[in-house]
Design a protein around this ligand. Structure first.
Ligand code: NAG
Ligand code: NAG
Ligand code: NAG
Length: 373
C-alpha cells in the first residue's frame, strides 16, 4: 500500500501472494526499468525508420510493426517522381522495356507541367552552352537537359566502313538517349540537337510553338533519286515498301507518344540495321520511314532545325565567326514557307545549325537584338 501512496497514478498492481522474500520496492524499480527500456528501444526504432538512417538496421526493424504507418508504397509518387539520378544499372534490354511504358488514359490524375527535354548529341564539349544558358534562364521547370557525347562518332567522312558503323551506332545512341529521357514522366517533348545548334527565338515562343503544335517535327520526304529511294533495299519487304521509304535529317522533335513508339520498335529497326548497310544512312532514313509507317498523321514531315544546303556538296554549311553579321542574323528569322497546324506560318524553324565554336562571341553579342534572348 505504501507504493500506491508514493505513485498515486501508477498502474503497478501489488499482488497479495507475491513471494515474501522479494522486496516490493525492488520489484517496482525493475518493472519501471523494463518499461523504460521498451520505450527507449521503440523510440530508437521509430526514429531510425523516420530519418532513414542506415540500411543496416533494416532486418531488425521488421519487428516493429506499429511504427511503419508512414511512407506507404501504395501512392502514385513512386511512379511520377523524377528520377533523382540519371545513373542506373539497367541493361539496354531492361531500359527499353522500362521506357516503353505508356499510359492509356490521356489525362493525368496529378498536376503535370510538360517539359521540353533538350537532348544534346555531341561529338565533344558544348562550345555554345553560354548561349543556351541565356536562352533557358528563368524558365526552370519547363525544360530538362540531357547530354550524350559520342566519342566514336565520325560525322565527317571518309566513307569508310568505320564511318558507316558510326552512323548505325549513332542511331543506337539516339534511341538509347530517348529511352533514358522517357524515364522521367515530366518530359513530354523530345528535341534532339547537336553541339552546333542554336535557338532562333526566345524560350517562351519556342515552348508555345512546340507544345501547341498538333504534330511532331520529323523531316520526312520521298526523295526519288539515288540518295533517296536509291538506298532502299528490297530485302526490307514486307515490313517496308519502297513507297513508304522516306528521308530526313535526324534533328527531330517528337512527343512522348512517338518517342515511345521509337523505343518500342522491334520490327523495323532490326531490318534497318541489317539491310541499310553499307550503302545507306540509317539515321537519315530510319526515323522518317518508321514514323511514316507507324504514325504518319502525327508528323509534320519537316524539321524544326534549319541548315544551309545552298553551298552544295554532301554536307550543309558550317558558319564561322566572320559569317555572323547583322544581315545574317536578320536572315535567320526570315525563312518561312511552311504550314503550322494546317495554316501558313511565319515561324518555321526554331533552331539552326551548324555553328562553329568561334561564332559564340558574335552570336552572344547579337542574340538579344535579333533572336530575342
Ligand atoms: C518572345 O518573342 C516573341 C516574338 O519575337 C515576342 O513577341 C515576345 O514578347 C517574346 N517574349 C518574351 C517573354 O520575351
Ligand atoms: C506527312 O506525310 C504523310 C505521308 O507520308 C501524310 O500522311 C501526312 O498527312 C503528312 N503530314 C502533314 C502534317 O501534312
Ligand atoms: C489541333 O488538335 C486539337 C486537339 O486535338 C484540335 O482541337 C484542333 O482543332 C487542332 N488544330 C488544327 C489546326 O488542326
Amino acid at each position: 500500500m505504501e507504493e500506491a501512496k508514493d505513485f498515486p497514478n501508477a498502474t503497478v498492481v501489488v499482488r497479495p501472494n507475491q513471494s515474501r522474500g522479494f522486496p516490493h520496492r525492488l520489484m517496482h524499480l525493475l518493472i519501471l526499468f523494463l518499461v523504460l527500456c521498451f520505450s527507449i528501444s521503440l523510440f530508437v526504432i521509430c526514429t531510425v525508420r523516420k530519418t532513414g538512417v542506415a540500411t543496416a538496421v533494416a532486418p531488425r526493424v521488421s519487428v516493429s510493426q506499429p511504427c511503419v504507418e508512414e511512407q506507404p508504397k501504395t501512392g502514385l509518387d513512386h511512379w511520377i517522381k523524377s528520377p533523382s539520378s540519371l545513373l542506373h544499372t539497367m541493361s539496354d534490354e531492361q531500359l527499353f522495356w522500362r521506357a516503353s511504358f505508356m499510359p492509356q488514359l490521356k489525362s493525368y490524375p496529378f498536376t503535370r507541367t510538360p517539359k521540353i527535354a533538350f537532348m544534346f548529341l555531341t561529338k565533344g564539349p558544348l562550345p555554345l552552352a553560354p548561349l543556351w544558358e541565356r536562352f533557358l534562364k528563368g524558365h526552370e521547370g519547363l525544360y530538362s537537359i540531357y547530354v550524350h557525347s559520342l566519342p566514336a562518332y565520325h560525322a565527317n567522312f571518309p566513307r569508310t566502313s568505320k564511318a558507316e558503323w558510326g552512323r548505325v551506332s549513332m542511331c543506337d545512341a539516339e534511341r538509347r538517349l530517348l529511352a533514358n529521357v522517357l524515364l522521367d514522366i515530366s518530359n513530354e517533348y523530345f528535341v534532339l540537337v547537336s553541339e552546333s545548334c542554336i535557338p532562333l527565338y526566345n524560350f517562351t515562343l519556342t515552348y508555345n510553338y512546340i507544345t501547341n503544335s498538333n504534330h511532331s517535327f520529323m523531316g520526312a520526304f520521298d526523295d526519288k533519286g539515288p540518295v533517296g529511294r536509291g538506298r532502299y533495299n528490297n530485302k526490307m519487304l514486307p515490313e517496308v515498301d519502297i513507297s513508304q521509304w522516306r528521308k530526313g535529317s535526324q534533328w527531330f522533335e517528337v512527343d512522348r507518344k512517338l518517342a515511345t513508339i521509337i523505343v518500342s520498335d522491334v520490327t523495323y529497326y532490326p531490318k534497318f540495321k541489317e539491310f541499310c548497310r553499307p550503302a545507306c544512312y540509317v539515321d537519315e532514313h530510319y526515323f522518317p520511314t518508321m514514323l511514316t509507317i507507324q504514325a504518319s498523321d502525327s508528323i509534320a514531315n519537316r524539321s524544326l532545325t534549319w541548315v544551309d544546303w545552298s553551298r552544295g556538296g554532301p554536307h550543309p554549311a558550317t558558319f564561322g565567326k566572320s559569317d555572323i553579321t547583322e544581315k545574317f542574323m536578320k536572315k535567320l528569322q526570315d525563312m518561312h514557307n511552311c504550314d503550322y497546324n494546317g495554316k501558313p506560318a511565319s515561324v518555321c524553324y526554331l533552331f539552326a545549325r551548324k555553328f562553329s565554336p568561334g561564332t559564340l562571341q558574335p552570336l552572344f553579342l547579337l542574340a538579344p537584338k535579333y533572336l530575342g534572348y
